[in-house]
Design a binder for this molecule. Structure first.
Ligand SMILES: Cc1cc2nc3c(=O)[nH]c(=O)nc-3n(C[C@H](O)[C@H](O)[C@H](O)COP(=O)(O)OP(=O)(O)OC[C@H]3O[C@@H](n4cnc5c(N)ncnc54)[C@H](O)[C@@H]3O)c2cc1C
Length: 548
């Protein structure tokens, strides 16, 4: 029997950084809330991704909430790049400190949300039979939460252990003495392979596309540096918000093509040694827009790979050539390339010798068979749209979100999609999201949504919906800006290229945080220009109090 959960002002789907902050802000407005989270607890990404080596690649002191000056003063990060357990401890602390769990039902997946036009409300259903009616539905479902399994025949026949990096067992995995295969060399593969190799008897890495990765130079944080940052945290946060990618990095105004080879090499060397994701990418102002400029950075990284990896053939296979530097999410690593100097690590290029099938005893490629005890799928995510298209979302006029987005996502500002009133997508497609420090993007979105809801409630407005014209113009703008860059030249998950059949559309907005934030603020200041606002009509209450 379906359990009725009554009615609330807002449903919040997801309890990662975005969902939790949404609870905090919306509760401050006095809204009644119902949260749902498929995981067993708070943390989102950091609850699911427990593989060895999982850590942030934006510096810990920047990759955390800024909304509470007290919180940022009291929390002490131990490392420059915090590990998954430390980040999860932080999220736990925040949830407890601000009492954010109380409205959340865990281990509960939202399966459907349907807009009831007459009531001007969302009817939300879960896999545990809950039904709740809400004026607002906040989709804080994450950009990287729908895991992507490899498309290989025979997975179910394998007699050993299989594990996906994005669904890592909580009790951990002991690879001691095992022959391990790892499929995938994106961020999760790059972070986990060095640690798996230290433990396992043997590791075979199956690589389709090598990626550019740079040393993280991770280290314990210097207490004096932490003190200095904390003394200026507020100013630093403001600088982060005003920076293009939500992290403060120097933005040189020079072209990589207007300097001589020595100058360029020493700039790249400094960027490489800086141990930051954005250091190399923004070493010159044209690396992401001019192929020749980009090639200078790509060549530099390839030369570094040759320096580190002993076997020139392996170094060559690890060297990316098919996509411009930085156009697939670059990685930060600890000892990734040098791991291939170990005797117990082997690299298999599955572009030239594709995987044919997984067998009961291992992996068979076009030319060889590899006997394995365990297979790790580091195959990433159905990014950005995957989590939004997981539930059946039906908007005005019975239109399904999946049908509306059949040719790719269409949003206004990445926050709303026309025809789905009062449904907000935190860091949705069409917003800077995965191209920037996501904590900055999340806070900016949640603040915008909370202010919007406050505006509606103050004026007794029932709903807000993006106009098709505003959405079309925004989608055009997102595409125009992307097409000025080299990003569309890569078969990346930004483009949906890692998921067979997914439309090839550059999903995030690459125009930078400051411009994007200014547009969002201007829209709000102009009384939600580009949106249709509908007044409330008096209605009878539907049900009793919400479940808490
Ligand atoms: C390994 C890894 C490292 C990363 N490192 C960085 C980094 O250094 N810097 C950075 O900026 N970003 C990083 N990211 C991106 C990261 O996803 C974001 O920084 C951030 O954690 C996203 O928070 P979120 O709340 O938006 O989404 P998530 O943390 O993904 O949380 C969304 C939650 O929604 C839940 N959910 C989804 N659909 C449903 C449903 N239908 N019903 C119920 N619950 C649902 C999911 O279970 C999930 O727990 C990393 C991602 C990964 C995978």
């Amino acid at each position: 029997m379906i359990e009725s959960r009554g009615e609330v002002d807002a449903v919040v789907v997801g309890a990662g950084f975005a969902g939790l902050y949404a609870h905090h802000r919306l509760r401050q407005l006095g809204l009644t809330l119902q949260g749902y989270e498929a995981a067993g607890n708070v943390g989102g990404t950091w609850w699911w991704n427990r593989y060895p080596g999982a850590r942030c690649d934006v510096e810990s002191m920047d990759y955390c909430y800024s909304f509470s000056p007290e919180l940022e003063q009291e929390w002490i990060w131990s490392e420059r790049y915090a590990t998954q357990p430390e980040i999860l401890r932080y999220v736990d602390h925040v949830a407890a400190r601000f009492d954010l769990r109380r409205d959340i039902r865990f281990e509960t997946r939202v399966t459907a949300a349907t807009w009831d036009e007459a009531a001007q409300r969302w009817r939300v259903t879960t896999d545990r039979g809950d039904q709740v009616s809400a004026q607002f539905c906040i989709m804080a479902v994450g950009c990287l939460s729908a895991v992507k399994q490899p498309e290989v025949n025979g997975i179910d026949t394998f007699r050993g252990l299989t594990v996906h990096t994005g669904r890592w067992p909580h009790e951990g995995v002991d690879f001691t003495g095992l022959r391990v295969g790892v499929i995938g060399t994106g961020s999760s593969g790059v972070q986990s392979i060095p640690l798996i190799a230290q433990q396992a008897a043997h590791v075979t890495v199956f690589q389709r596309t090598p990626n550019f990765t740079m040393p993280a130079k991770n280290a314990p944080l210097d207490p004096e540096a932490v003190k200095a940052r904390k003394a200026q945290y507020r100013e630093h946060r403001q600088a982060m918000r005003e920076s293009r990618a939500g992290v403060v990095v120097p933005m040189p105004e020079e072209s990589a093509l207007r300097v001589d080879d020595d100058a360029r090499r020493s700039r790249f060397e400094a960027a490489w040694e800086s141990g930051t994701l954005y250091g190399m990418v923004s070493a010159y102002n044209d690396l992401l827009v001019d192929r020749d400029a980009n090639d200078t950075a790509a060549k530099f990284v390839r030369s570094r790979i040759r320096d580190i990896v002993d076997d020139p053939e392996v170094a060559d296979r690890l060297s990316p050539r098919n996509h411009p530097f930085g156009t697939k999410r670059p990685c930060l690593d600890t000892d990734y390339y040098s791991t291939y100097n170990r005797d117990n690590v082997m690299l298999v290029d599955v572009r030239s010798t594709p995987i044919v099938e997984i067998t009961p005893t291992g992996i068979r490629t076009a030319t060889d068979e590899y006997v394995l005890d365990a297979i790790v799928f580091a195959t990433g995510f159905d990014a950005m749209t995957g989590p939004l298209l997981g539930p059946d979302i039906t908007g005005a006029g019975g239109v399904a979100l999946g049908d509306k987005w059949a040719a790719g996502p269409r949003t206004y500002l990445g926050i709303m999609t026309a025809g789905f009133p009062n449904l907000f997508t935190i860091t949705g497609p069409g917003s800077p999201s995965v191209l920037v420090n996501m904590l900055v993007a999340i806070e900016q979105h949640v603040d915008w949504v909370a202010d919007c809801i406050a505006y509606l409630r103050d004026r007794n407005l029932a709903s807000i919906d993006a106009t098709v014209d505003a959405e079309d113009a925004w989608v055009d703008h997102v595409n125009t800006v992307a097409n000025r860059t080299l990003f569309p030249a890569a078969d990346s998950w930004y483009m949906g290229a890692n998921v067979p059949g997914k439309p090839r559309v550059f999903m995030p907005y690459i125009g930078g945080l400051p411009h994007y934030t200014e547009v969002c603020d201007t829209v709000a200041a102009n009384e939600y220009q580009g949106f249709t606002l509908t007044p409330s009509t008096p209605r009878k209450p539907e049900r009793s109090a919400p479940h808490t």
